[in-house]
Design a protein around this ligand. Structure first.
Ligand code: ARG
Length: 400
């Protein structure tokens, strides 16, 4: 029986060439799997057809949008996942869901190998391969761009020699990865970290400095899950899509940063993630109102660990699962509404309320109606500072 390889197919030059390249190198039949994680742009059916035109024996498009929103973006939102305190894990979140379905497709089509188009310099190779291995530990993985000399010029030559239907004129000068959680742009003029990004790098967000009216949006959460926008019920996917539109129109969610990759390289990255940033901002705000002090403080360390694990390709790990159980428990009372003002590239909370609120007006007020017994504070402060006072006395006694 002819060997079969499942290829993660994007429709671009590298993976289109990989179809014939893998065939020529291994003699295997190639089955292309294109995942729809809301990257938009080209019609998915056109991508499916192109794989066949490039020599795939089978080509499928998987609609992973709802699964991606509910099982990957939502846990990231509840974990306020921002790598290096800024990057909302756009690509890092999509890789595990794609990897899972590549592994399942390999089982379904009787393939013993999965192929991807990643280079050897990035995080995505790690995320794909660790993810595939976690679902199907015996599958083999090949990466033609990384492992078998399929350089860019050879790929272009290969495409020309075979007359592959790839329009090189439409190529972006940047390397872009996008889905509805955001958009990552690198290479080209951005490789010099001193170069400011030019406006045409962006496509999810309008210029934040252009004059326009502010937009105000009400986001409602139940147990840390966004359930309504301006009072209208939404699915998680709809919440993300609606906020991409509204926050994107105000230029919210642009990031320009130098980032630490798992492979050790520092790289300059430009991101735009209007919906993700608006939702995380609102969610954090609601947690400030509803999560008890020590739980809130402790959750920060969990959030950071969760984010680094996912960034580092360990989505399918026992630790990530256990941390998600913690996050889940922390969301028990994260129910309420946040009013966000979207304007000038920023999403600013201007109001918060909800049944899960721990805010007690009578305790907080400085006006009449104050129920806080200030006389209790005196003894509390003395005992709180007691260890410091004892240490200071020792210092005086020893003269150090
Ligand atoms: N650096 C980001 C990450 O590791 C994004 C990588 C996306 N890939 C790309 N071709 N722009 O998550």
């Amino acid at each position: 029986m002819t060997k079969r390889v499942v290829l993660a197919y994007s429709g671009g030059l590298d993976t289109s060439v990989a179809i014939g390249w893998i065939g020529a190198e291994t003699g295997a039949e190639v089955i292309c799997v294109a995942a729809d994680v809301g990257q938009g742009g080209e019609d998915m059916d056109q991508i499916r057809q192109r794989a066949l035109d490039c020599g795939a024996v089978e080509s499928v498009v998987l609609d992973l949008k709802t699964e991606f929103a509910e099982e990957y973006c939502l846990p990231a939102l509840r974990a306020n996942a921002l790598y290096l305190e800024r990057y909302p894990l756009v690509s890092a979140l999509s890789r595990p869901v794609i990897a899972k379905h590549l592994a399942l497709a390999a089982q379904q089509y009787g393939a013993d190998t999965v192929a991807h188009g990643c280079t050897g310099k990035g995080n995505d190779q790690v995320r794909f391969e660790v993810g595939i291995g976690a679902i199907a530990p015996d599958l083999k993985v090949i990466a033609p761009v990384r492992d078998s000399g399929m350089t860019r010029d050879k790929a272009i030559q290969f495409a020309e020699d075979r007359g592959l239907p790839i329009d090189q004129s439409k190529r972006s000068p940047y390397s872009v990865d996008q889905n509805f959680w955001g958009r990552a742009v690198e290479t080209g003029m951005l490789e010099d970290p001193w170069n400011a990004p030019i406006e045409d790098v962006y496509s999810y967000t309008a210029d934040p400095s252009a004059p326009r009216e502010a937009d105000e949006v009400l986001i409602s959460f139940e147990n840390g899950v966004p359930t309504a926008v301006d009072g209208k019920s939404v699915s998680v996917l709809e919440a993300i899509l609606q906020l991409n539109e509204r926050a994107g129109a105000q230029g919210v969610g642009r990031l320009d940063m130098v980032e630490d990759r798992l492979v050790g390289i520092k790289s300059r990255e430009v991101y735009e993630a209007p919906g993700a940033i608006a939702l995380i901002t609102a969610h954090q705000e609601l947690e400030d109102l509803t999560v008890e002090r020590d739980l809130r403080r402790f959750k920060f360390s969990v959030e950071q660990r969760w984010t680094e694990l996912v960034y580092d390709g360990l989505w399918f790990s026992p630790l990530r699962e256990a941390l998600d159980d913690f996050v889940d428990s922390s969301q028990r009372y994260v129910t309420g509404d946040i009013r966000l003002r979207l304007h000038g590239g920023r999403a600013v909370p201007t109001g918060r309320r909800g049944e899960g609120s721990l805010y007690d007006f009578d305790l907080a007020t400085y006006d009449t109606g104050d129920t806080f017994d200030q006389s209790l504070a005196k003894g509390f402060v003395q005992l709180w500072g007691l260890p410091s006072r004892i240490a200071a006395r020792r210092q005086q006694r020893l003269g150090k």
